[in-house]
Design a binder for this molecule. Structure first.
Ligand code: GLN
Length: 474
């Protein structure tokens, strides 16, 4: 029987001849079929995955050099373009749309011989925290099926959690990789803004969006990062900062200088048990010789408002391209152009997406622009400067990932404000563009897992992954 624990272990079994890529693919296809009710996948590319696996097996047995992700079974969120495959952002407005090119990250996975087994369910246009805003219906948390898996990359998280692939890709604009990882008990990593090309990633809020990675161990996440990171002529915002062979550099054990915020750990919205667990861990880190320091952070209650003003503004502009002319769905009942735009957008966008387009249009409108948009940009700048100062002296910041563990399906659907406020701990990394990770270190007495969030300074993924590796091993 095939079993997966890490890419390195899988590769040594492949080289030792005890498993084949075909066996791996067949195993995951069976798993996907058996756990179909979780609704993690939107499309499964079974025949393609099987034939690619057979080719890889032949190639390996011939003695050819193998790719870094040889035979690694990957699931991608339905916001990433994969040439010739469906792409809908879980929205009716992209019904029937097929990608005409592949995202740079996808090209790089394929060049290193990964097998993309399917694409995963998510919140429509990555807007949400529960995966309930999807035209394909909700995704279930495999740990307790009455609970949400988190969002917006809920399908990609459950695909790793429920053993339906080895690693997966999501997107993280305000926490959509870290928060579902927290709720599902796996690792979720968001790189520095600009570390991974956004070419071929459907835009939600372009100055926040990054592709992120889900995995079960740090080495796998690091390996996927080193494959997909780096400059790209198709994305002018991607950095030319050199990336590193992260996966080979993890084993460095040192004492870190760690910051935490009392304002975050004593926040009234935080579950007291989560607060206690993280404080306990900080104490332990101190006794292990790390320098652990409380830092003042009085901006905490401004991060969510600033995030929702800026991201809805960007979204209202990004989503204007879905007009019924160029992609997907078109309202068939209208012959007048403006009526056709209205009909298409009213019918095919979901409720949450419409709410955000309206909010974003409002904050950008004449008369309100300075009161909302300009003000939120100022908050973003203040945050950026404060965080920069912290990283002048310290290596990382520790925060909870989410204020509670995964809640019940339906619980917050009628209360968007409380849904937004629950993003309090994740949006900061996106507002300031730093790398962040959620590590599955804890289990709540309610039976659900929860994570620890670690943030590092811009482009210091290496320290973030090394410290994470250390924390996971302890
Ligand atoms: N929950 C956040 C939102 O709805 C995060 C979304 C994301 O990261 N894509 O905006």
């Amino acid at each position: 029987m095939f079993g997966f624990s890490s890419i390195q272990q899988y590769h040594s079994s492949l080289n030792g001849g005890t498993v084949t890529c075909l066996q791996a693919v067949e195993y995951f296809l069976r798993q996907i079929e058996e756990r179909k009710h979780l609704n993690a996948y939107v499309n499964v590319y079974a025949d393609e995955a099987i034939s690619l696996a057979m080719n890889l097996d032949t190639k390996r047995k011939r003695g050819d050099k193998i790719g870094k992700l040889h035979g690694v079974v990957v699931c991608i969120k339905d916001v990433l373009a994969y040439k010739g495959h469906p792409l809908t952002a879980a929205s009716r407005i992209l019904e029937g749309f097929t990608s005409v090119y592949s995202a740079t990250a996808i090209e790089r996975l394929l060049a290193e011989e990964a097998i993309i087994i399917g694409n995963s369910n998510c919140d429509e246009f990555a807007m949400g925290s529960t995966n309930e805003n999807s035209v394909y219906g909700k995704v279930l948390n495999a740990n307790d099926e009455s609970k949400i898996p988190g969002g917006s990359s809920g399908g990609s998280a459950v695909a790793v959690q429920a053993d339906l692939c080895m690693v997966s890709l999501g997107s993280d604009t305000g926490g959509s990789v870290r928060q579902p990882a927290d709720f599902c008990g796996i690792i979720g990593f968001k790189p520095t803004y600009g570390r991974i090309s956004r070419h071929g990633l459907i835009a939600y809020a372009s100055s926040f969006d990054q592709i992120g990675i889900f995995g079960r161990n740090i080495a796998d996440v690091a390996l996927v990062l080193e494959v997909i990171a780096g400059s790209d002529e198709f994305d002018s915002t991607v950095s030319h900062q050199p990336s590193a062979p992260y996966s080979t550099l993890l084993a460095e054990y040192k004492k870190y200088r760690i910051a935490y915020f009392d304002e975050a750990l004593n926040h009234p919205s935080l579950d007291p048990e989560i607060s206690r667990s993280i404080k306990g861990l900080l104490e332990k880190l101190k006794t292990h010789g790390h320098e652990v320091r409380a830092v003042d952070f009085d901006l905490i209650d401004h991060v969510v408002p600033a995030y929702y003003v800026l991201t809805t503004a960007e979204a209202s502009s990004n989503l204007s391209r879905y007009d019924g002319v160029r992609y997907g769905f078109r309202d068939p009942g209208e012959t007048d152009l403006v009526e056709m735009y209205k009909g298409t957008r009213s019918e095919a966008f979901g409720k949450e997406v419409k709410r955000r387009i309206m909010l974003g249009t409002f904050v950008l409108s004449a008369g309100y622009y300075d009161a909302y948009f300009t003000k939120a940009q100022k908050v973003r700048k203040l945050l950026y400067d404060q965080i920069q100062l912290i990283f002048n002296d310290l290596d990382c910041i520790i925060l909870p990932t989410a204020p509670s563990t995964a809640f019940n399906i339906g619980d917050k659907m009628d209360d968007p404000i409380s849904m937004y406020l629950a993003d309090i701990y994740t949006v900061m990394a996106n507002l300031v563009g730093v790398p962040a990770i959620s590590l599955p270190l804890f289990k709540h007495t309610n039976g659900m897992p929860f994570g620890l969030q670690v943030l590092a300074s811009r482009f210091d993924e290496l320290s973030l992954l090394r410290l994470s590796n250390q924390l996971m091993q302890q």
